[in-house]
Ligand binder design. Structure first.
Ligand SMILES: N[C@@H](CCC(=O)N[C@@H](CS)C(=O)NCC(=O)O)C(=O)O
Length: 208
């Protein structure tokens, strides 16, 4: 395989999950940490939609984090994070995460941008729609789909992490103990820690 490049942003949850899948699959990739305020021309040239992560590999460009994860797992999935039997269920969890839950997360993180929305309402919707059902599932099993880790856990926990970081006491107050345990296990995992190392900001080489 030729060289692969991932345009990334360390704290972006979409980029985190892509980096984790690539690392898990053992795919060598050059991580280019970019500035979201001053995006490099080489990145905009391959992906005018201009969101991270974007993977470039052998002439292929993948512009969606979940697609990057699946691409990586199709190459190597030693612990079977994804299978024909689990795929549609995982897709459902991820769609719920990337759609309605991400919307609530943004409302919660940036309340100034949504002045009409009440904080309590956002929190209760997030619990009813998403965090509560996850907590219920985790009562019986350590992972979302059962006794084994799957792509769903990895695709979702960076977003739950962001939610929990807004107010570190809230998760306890809300009684989401199983969710908290699951989140902490992922945050302490060597996989997560390995993709959170810091890189200097990438700049395109200046033409001679
Ligand atoms: N659907 C995209 C969403 C990616 C996304 O929204 N990334 C954010 C950073 S977390 C971004 O690049 N935003 C553009 C910007 O901030 O300029 C994916 O799954 O990769």
């Amino acid at each position: 395989m030729g060289s692969s490049v991932l345009y990334s942003y360390r704290r972006c949850p979409y980029a985190m999950r892509a980096r984790m899948a690539l690392a898990y699959s053992g795919i060598a990739v050059e991580i280019r940490e970019i500035s979201l305020r001053k995006k490099p021309a080489s990145f905009l040239a391959i992906s005018p939609k201009a969101t991270v992560p974007v993977l470039q590999s052998d002439g292929l460009v993948i512009e969606q984090s979940y697609d990057i994860m699946k691409w990586a797992l199709a190459k190597s999935d030693p612990d079977q994070w994804l299978s024909a039997e689990t795929e549609s269920l995982i897709d459902e969890w991820v769609a719920k995460n990337d759609g309605p839950f991400k919307k609530l997360l943004d409302q919660y993180k940036y309340p100034d941008k949504c002045p009409d929305i009440q904080l309590e309402e956002t929190l209760s919707q997030a619990v009813a729609l998403y965090l509560g059902p996850i907590n219920e599932r985790l009562k019986a099993n350590p992972y979302l789909l059962g006794p084994k880790i799957s792509l769903a856990d990895i695709a979702i926990f960076p977003f739950v992490r962001q939610f929990a970081m807004v107010d570190p006491d809230w998760i306890d107050q809300a009684g989401l103990n199983f969710l908290k345990q699951w989140l902490n296990a992922h945050l302490e995992s060597s996989l997560f820690l390995s993709v959170m190392q810091k890189y200097p900001t990438w700049h395109d080489p200046t033409p001679e």
